[in-house]
Design a protein around this ligand. Sequence first.
Ligand SMILES: *[C@@H]1O[C@H](CO)[C@@H](O)[C@H](O)[C@H]1NC(C)=O
Length: 270
Amino acid sequence: MGFRSLWWILAAAAAAAPASAATTIHLCGDSTMAKGGGGASGKPTEGWGEYLKYSFGSDYVVRNAAIGGRSARSYTREGRFQAVADIVKPGDWVVIEFGHNDGGSLSTDNGRTDCPGDGAQTCQTTYNGVAETVLTYPAYYKNAANLFLGKGAKVILNSPTPNNICESGTCVDDVSRFDTYAKQAAIDLASPNVYHVPHKQYAVQVMKNLGPTTVTANYPNDHTHTGPFMANVMAGSFVLGLKCGTSALGKAVKNSTESLASASYGACIK
Ligand SMILES: *[C@@H]1O[C@H](CO)[C@@H](O)[C@H](O)[C@H]1NC(C)=O
């Protein structure tokens, strides 16, 4: 090979490198994760997905596809998981976190409530004049995960963050049926490319460490939607949970466990 053709090969490889290098982390969730944090009126809010990029190097890109007001069910029905699957690249990551809009009763169907249960139960409803078979929250998680696995992506199933657990003036653990569903869905999927982050537990831990004054001051409008400071805290609690797990994405986190511990996030939860 002549020197000139070798030069061209090296130059072409260098030019192609940036396009293929970045791994995308796609985020699917509700207002607590979404850009703007769902606070269209009132004081500024932000979703935690907007702060995730600060914990990764330039070899990762965070694409926040979370939208306010969505549940695992409505995100599915509106084709939003499918829209993410349409652009996901093999080797990308997809983080799924719902729960704030998944409760309620189907007797007055708001289009978001899931069928009660943790398995293959189904419910029949009519929403907006259209008959719909409603699945359980874990079933929506598993269907979405299988969609992304089929595209060669890796999937992280999160339990949802709680509302402000400190609003009474004391930070007390709340208990929700959504606390365990994501973990169970990950276990059921039994795939080496599916992981669970107990975001709920890590969020509770940091809120207790920060205390009621700081926490409540950073829920500016209500007990669900975070101000920017608390959104960053929620991102950090996810990052610690990720680091404490076994995924390659956890190993890519820039922040050390020590720095997270000294910033009130606490230690790995066993
Ligand atoms: C992680 O490190 C980055 C870069 O130093 C910093 O901007 C970010 O706030 C850190 N995140 C947490 C949760 O401490």
